[in-house]
Design a protein around this ligand. Structure first.
Ligand code: UDP
Length: 346
């Protein structure tokens, strides 16, 4: 049921980064639950294509805005999700200073907005707060092994600082802030060119290009399908009382990059072969979430196995990359309209 304000207008949910890969799926799910959604995106890595099907939805409003410049919102909000930040290593390293400022100044702006509106707040944090972990699997009480000077620091340390801001606001009684530590996530609407492993391997296999594996390919990751992640995010936002602690959200299935490449080759009909390339600096060797806390607090666990999620994602990329496909996902696009805003028609 929609929450009503004093004047009868229903309060909205703000999704910062709502035109991104995860954010657009979150907008879909919130609208499906009858929420009003204000989607804010800078289109640095998000794309208006991801939310185009929502444009005529009466409960959807889209605003082009960088959260670093966001000072106010002219309608009542009861929840704010902060998913606004480049998340792929090549993309967050492309403008590292902006990445850091998005995490710190941008999150600070959204927290201030949450305080003004009395809105609950969910911060999309990351498994990268654990860095190259010395403990395995990663539990939330592990404090991590992060370089504060390396090329990943803009994101890892930025997200750590954002968590600190959230917990300071929570301790101060200013905002009901919640923190989700999101592990590698994949699914339809990933940008073909975003540089992450699943999008790279699928796009390479579909296009008949060599599959690039960095290092030996024996490093591991755990991959969560986007619909599972979105249900975990909404559960964490809605749970009362506020858990007051970060919660890992990810799929605990752990795969080497070599195993992942073999799965892609088994799913996509292709003549592509694997090639090995140098491992990027500070690339974590192992990563797997301990999700006991999410299970106990939220009753949440992922449902979609990797093989099934990969099939769906491969089918989506095949359609998006097909020649003559007009709704293929552009790397970036901006909406029309001088105010930088598109409203769902009523
Ligand atoms: N990787 C790879 N080939 C690629 C892209 C990534 O072998 O074309 C590796 C990368 O070095 C890392 C893992 O795959 O060990 C996951 O990388 P991704 O960029 O998806 O995210 P990360 O978990 O490192 O943030």
């Amino acid at each position: 049921m929609l929450q009503k304000t004093g004047n009868g207008k229903s309060q909205a949910v703000l999704v910062a980064g709502g035109a991104g890969f995860v954010g657009s799926h979150l907008c879909d799910a919130l609208l499906a639950r009858g929420k009003r959604v204000v989607c804010v995106d800078s289109y640095i890595t998000g794309s208006v294509e991801n939310v185009r099907p929502l444009m005529n939805h009466p409960n959807f409003r889209l605003i082009e805005q960088d959260i670093c410049d966001l000072a106010e919102m002219n309608e009542p909000l009861h929840q704010i999700y902060n998913l606004a930040c480049a998340a792929s290593p090549p993309q967050y390293q492309a403008d590292p200073i902006h990445t850091m400022m998005t995490c710190v100044a941008g999150t600070g702006n959204l927290l201030k907005l949450a305080e003004e509106h009395g809105a609950s707040f969910l911060q999309a944090s990351t498994s990268e707060v654990y860095g190259d972990p010395a403990e395995h699997p990663q539990r939330e009480d592990y404090r991590g092994n992060v370089s504060c000077t390396g090329p990943r620091a803009c994101y890892d340390e930025g997200k750590r600082a954002a968590e600190a801001l959230c917990f300071d606001m929570l301790r101060a009684g200013a905002v009901s802030a919640r923190v989700a530590r999101i592990f590698n996530t994949y699914g339809p609407r990933m940008q073909p060119s975003d540089g992450r492993i699943i999008s790279n391997l699928l796009v390479q296999a579909i296009s008949g290009e060599p599959l690039t594996i960095y290092g030996t390919g024996e490093q591991t990751r755990s991959f969560c399908f986007v619909s599972d992640l979105v249900s975990g995010l909404m559960s964490l936002m809605d749970i009362e009382p506020n858990p007051g602690m970060p919660v890992n959200l990810g799929n605990p299935g752990e795969f080497t990059i070599n195993e992942l490449a073999e799965m892609v080759l088994a799913i996509v009909p292709t003549a592509s072969k694997i090639v090995y390339r140098p491992l990027p600096q500070d690339d974590p060797q192992r990563r797997r979430p301990d999700i006991l806390r999410a299970r106990e607090l939220l009753g949440w666990e992922p449902k979609v196995p990797l093989a099934e999620g990969l099939q769906q994602t491969a089918a989506w990329f095949s359609a998006a990359l097909a020649p003559h496909e007009t709704h293929a996902i552009p790397a970036s696009s901006t909406p029309t309209g001088s105010a930088g805003e598109i409203r769902g028609s009523v």
